[in-house]
Design a protein around this ligand. Structure first.
Ligand code: SAH
Length: 196
């Protein structure tokens, strides 16, 4: 049973469920996709696992008393801002999965019939799914009045971004060459490029 009765905890849980369902649906659609070249490393798997712990930490906070020592008070505006940010995260997660379609994978790889996606949300940013996770992590902190459950995802996912994004871009450059280089020149990594 959910022990808290705070509106923002309920909003968080609802968003968490919607986001998880979106992920499940699109992961299922990628079933059977063949790998042409693996770029997975032990480090990458550890980093994904670490970020995953941060993402799951709210469940401990919401359903057990174990993290209560880290409770603190947040102003109401924080919860409302968090709600808007979380809605943005879920929208981006949905759109990036829909646009990436069967080119998606949890670990780095090139699939058998990989095509470079440069439309939809990928038209403006190269890593909208990571942007979605970043927004999710910020929303988690703004919605939950517990500094551990709230901020763990943001803190634990920073190494993943710093290490994975350059590796992923290197892989895409290796595979798509000039096409990806030109795509890089007109897009931002995590936020749209507003400068020329
Ligand atoms: N970094 C992207 C995708 C995350 S999923 C994002 O944040 O939206 C990771 C996989 O997506 C990688 O293994 C790579 O094969 C694939 N990928 C990343 N960018 C892509 C693109 N523009 N077109 C097609 N596949 C891409």
């Amino acid at each position: 049973m959910l022990k808290g009765h705070n509106t923002f905890e309920v909003i968080f849980l609802a968003g968490f469920i919607v986001g998880s369902v979106i992920r499940k649906i699109y992961t299922a659609r990628c079933r059977g996709v063949k790998t042409a070249k693996k770029y997975r490393s032990a480090l990458d798997i550890i980093l994904v696992g670490t970020a995953g712990v941060g993402m799951a930490m709210p469940l401990l906070y919401l359903f057990t008393p174990w993290l209560d020592f880290a409770n603190y008070a947040l102003p109401a505006w924080s919860g409302w801002v968090g709600t808007v940010v979380f809605a943005g995260a879920i929208f981006m997660l949905w759109r990036s999965h829909a646009d990436l379609s069967r080119n998606w994978s949890a670990t780095l790889r090139i699939t058998g019939r990989h095509s470079l996606v440069t439309s939809g949300v990928y038209r403006y940013i190269r890593h909208p799914m990571y942007t979605a996770h970043l927004l999710w992590a910020i929303a988690q902190g703004l919605l939950l009045s517990n500094w551990l459950a709230g901020w763990a995802f943001l803190v634990l996912s920073i190494p993943l971004y710093l290490i994975r994004i350059p590796k992923e871009e290197q892989m895409m450059l290796e595979h798509f060459g000039e096409e990806y280089r030109s795509y890089m020149s007109r897009t931002g990594r995590l936020i749209p490029r507003i400068w020329k």
